[in-house]
Design a binder for this molecule. Structure first.
Ligand code: C2E
Ligand code: MG
Ligand code: MG
Ligand code: MG
Length: 285
């Protein structure tokens, strides 16, 4: 018996090893303690109006400050958190933290703006999402119009009836809804037409190919035109070059987010940036 058991355990161990490298396994383990050890932090990337270049909002981007490895990127740990279900408490922490921070900025006298929070597929599908969002808005006393929730195109179309009912509840609450990474999910805007959406974020993979592939320019223009006809605000992600910005301006995209303007900033950097904008205005008077 002992032998059999040992063998089974070994096989079980091998099986999990074959799908995850030892490095990922240990990350997975430390991810379990990251929340209680207070190792997460949010960075904020400003989004700007394409004409005035004024900041119209910030996207909250999660970082994990691992004691030995330093800052771990979300592309590494979000899939782990999603797989283990840890994304639910982590996602709730992000929502709360982003609302608290936005309220701190408003209380400090900065012009009110939206803070966008990314929702993972599992987080979006948890039964208590609407309740959680409502509770956080109430607890932080943030006006719902300053919270924006981003779901990817793939999440949106997975079960469109479910998506529609959740989004309608969120919209009724007054929060804004964005489709993130648009263009990568092989759906059509036509399918998304039934959803109560506000913003469409064109995936950065399109923007980065804009200057090297003529076809991509046509695709982006088609997305912008169609999005416009559905009454959506168009936001381009990953804008790095002036040529990209010029093209996006020529086709009347609304907002841009990318390294050309700002990288994701720490709370302190973001606060200093907003303070400098206000001071700039005051000294202009
Ligand atoms: P996303 O929501 O599409 O966020 C935009 C990503 O593009 C961010 O990467 C941002 O740093 C990066 N980016 C912005 N401008 C540029 C640019 O000009 N060039 C390039 N090359 N990249 C740019 P980040 O912060 O590494 O996040 C990656 C993804 O991880 C996010 O993609 C989002 O899907 C996910 N994520 C981040 N934070 C959260 C979170 O709190 N919850 C969930 N569920 N997912 C998150
Ligand atoms: Mg996003
Ligand atoms: Mg995106
Ligand atoms: Mg993404």
């Amino acid at each position: 018996y002992a032998k059999d058991e040992g063998r089974n355990n070994y096989q079980f161990y091998r099986k999990s090893l074959s799908t995850k490298t030892p490095e990922l396994l240990s990350l997975d383990k430390s991810l379990r303690h990251a929340l209680e050890r207070d190792e997460f932090l949010l960075y904020y990337q400003p989004r700007v109006n394409i004409i005035t270049e004024e900041i119209t909002g910030m996207e909250a981007l999660l970082r994990w400050y691992h004691p030995e490895m330093g800052i771990v990127a979300p592309s590494v740990f979000i899939p782990l958190a999603e797989a283990s279900g840890l994304i639910i408490p982590i996602g709730e922490w992000v929502l709360k933290q982003a609302c608290v921070q936005n309220k701190v900025w408003q209380n400090a006298g900065f012009p009110p703006m939206t803070v966008a929070v990314n929702l993972s597929p599992k987080q979006f599908r948890q039964p208590k999402l609407v309740e959680t969002v409502a509770g956080i808005l109430e607890a932080t006393d943030l006006d719902p119009q300053y919270l924006e929730l981003e779901i990817t195109e793939t999440t949106a179309i997975q079960d469109i009836e479910f998506t529609t009912s959740v989004l309608k509840d969120l919209e009724a609450m007054g929060v804004l809804i964005s489709i993130d990474d648009f263009g990568t999910g092989h759906s059509s805007l036509h399918r998304l037409q039934v959803l109560p959406l506000h913003n469409l974020k064109i995936d950065k993979s399109f923007v980065s190919e804009l200057t090297t592939d003529d076809k991509v320019a046509h695709i982006i223009k088609a997305i912008v035109d169609l999005g416009r006809s559905l009454g959506l605000r168009l936001i381009a992600e990953g804008v790095e070059k002036p040529e990209e910005l010029n093209f996006l301006r020529s086709i009347h995209c609304d907002d841009v987010q990318g390294y050309l303007f700002y990288k994701p900033l720490s709370v302190q950097q973001a606060t200093e940036l907003m303070a400098s904008k206000i001071n700039g205005k005051i000294s202009d008077l």
